[in-house]
Write a protein that binds this ligand. Structure first.
Ligand SMILES: [Zn+2]
Length: 91
């Protein structure tokens, strides 16, 4: 998606983008989840549906937004990843 960027640069950029997304959500209807970008830093192109409140909690704890796919121990390029719009239940 953004070739030539290091994972750290990408993660930082996506954090800034997510902050903007949060601002938009917070100024609109904070009860609706928004699609945040996965901040794992890899070129995963995952979207993570999160409520604004959940995003704030994550930021306050110093955490990164991560897709469930990217939370797994190893990254796999998975074209059958669940579509954004719901967080898949974990076994
Ligand atoms: Zn990711």
């Amino acid at each position: 998606m953004l070739p030539g960027m290091s994972p750290r640069q990408r993660s930082r950029l996506f954090q800034e983008v997510n902050d903007r997304i949060y601002d938009l959500l917070a100024s609109a209807d904070s009860d609706l989840p928004g699609e945040f970008l996965c901040e794992c830093g890899r070129d995963c192109d995952q979207r993570v549906p999160l409520l604004p409140a959940a995003f704030v909690t994550l930021r306050e704890s110093g955490g990164l937004v991560r897709s469930p796919n990217c939370r797994r121990s190893r990254f796999r390029r998975d074209s059958e990843a669940p579509a954004a719009g719901g967080i898949p239940a974990l076994g």
